[in-house]
Design a protein around this ligand. Structure first.
Ligand SMILES: [Fe+2]
Length: 274
């Protein structure tokens, strides 16, 4: 399916990010769609773009389940208690379908390691499921998971719209040293994370392969590839590097080596539009 590489158009979600980055309060409702949670901490300075609801070209990518999933997790939104060791973490966001419309009643089943990097395989510590509300929103209270050998820091999740297939994936933390060495890590699954008085506030939005009527939408704005400094697969970028992609400028937020599928508009945790 088309990516912004070939078509040059801009997704509605990109527009939502851009609108928020331009100073709108979040969360907001724009064009009847909740703002993407990851836009909460986007940098400033990106002008709003002409929106287009193409979607389906940046579905949340699946990842391996790993060895520690257990069915029948408790129904709860909090995986920690006041005395639970670890840095308190709240994760919130939305579940969308292909047309960027929120999905009500979507199941989210989270599991993660404790502060020491251990999974509870006998009980259900740090395991729990919940459902999105009518606005497609979810919120999880937990702790920052600990590290265990061979992996970078991550949270496992299964997401399922009513009557649809299950998406199994993992969420990642920006700025983790092991992000550069974990072969499973994918920057498209980076959460937006910010410090909040000794705790962490994270945001992530899921886009599921659920057909939706996009309704009337604005016309995409064609863009062209700018010469010089163009984003290129295989290039090792450092934080602060500037590139152009599909006629727009982007600033690198984290060091990484560019890979197919990590185009700047699709990986807001790595690139910020300038
Ligand atoms: Fe894991």
């Amino acid at each position: 399916m088309d990516r912004e590489t070939s078509t040059g158009h801009v997704s509605r979600k990109t527009v939502l990010r851009a609108a928020l980055a331009a100073g709108m309060a979040a969360p907001v409702v724009l064009m009847g769609v909740p703002a993407l949670a990851r836009t909460l901490t986007d940098g400033a300075g990106t002008p709003p773009l002409t929106p287009a609801c193409d979607d389906g070209d940046d579905l949340t990518v699946p990842q391996i389940e790993g060895p520690y999933f257990k069915p029948d997790s408790p129904f709860r939104t909090s995986l920690s208690e006041p005395g639970t060791p670890g840095v308190r973490l709240t994760l919130s966001g939305y579940v969308f379908g292909r047309a960027c419309k929120p999905i009500s009643g979507a199941l989210l089943d989270f599991w993660q390691a404790d502060v020491n990097g251990a999974y509870d395989n006998t009980g259900f510590r740090f395991r729990g499921h919940q459902f999105t509300g009518t606005d497609g929103a979810f919120a999880l209270t937990t702790i920052v998971p600990g590290l265990y050998p061979g992996r970078t820091r991550h949270i496992h999740v299964k997401v399922q719209a009513p009557g649809r297939p299950i998406l199994t994936t993992q969420l990642y933390f920006p700025g983790e040293p092991r992000n550069n060495t974990d072969s499973i890590f994918d920057p498209r699954l980076l959460m937006t994370v910010r410090d909040a008085g000794g705790a962490k506030e994270a945001a992530f939005d899921f886009v599921l392969d659920v057909p939706q009527d996009p309704g009337p939408g604005p016309t995409p704005t064609p863009t062209s590839t700018a010469p010089g400094g163009a984003w290129a697969v295989g290039t090792a970028y450092r934080a602060g590097d500037a590139v152009t992609y599909a006629g727009r400028g982007y600033l690198c937020l984290q060091a990484h080596t560019a890979q197919p599928g990590w185009e700047p508009p699709t990986v807001p945790a790595l690139w910020r539009a300038t």
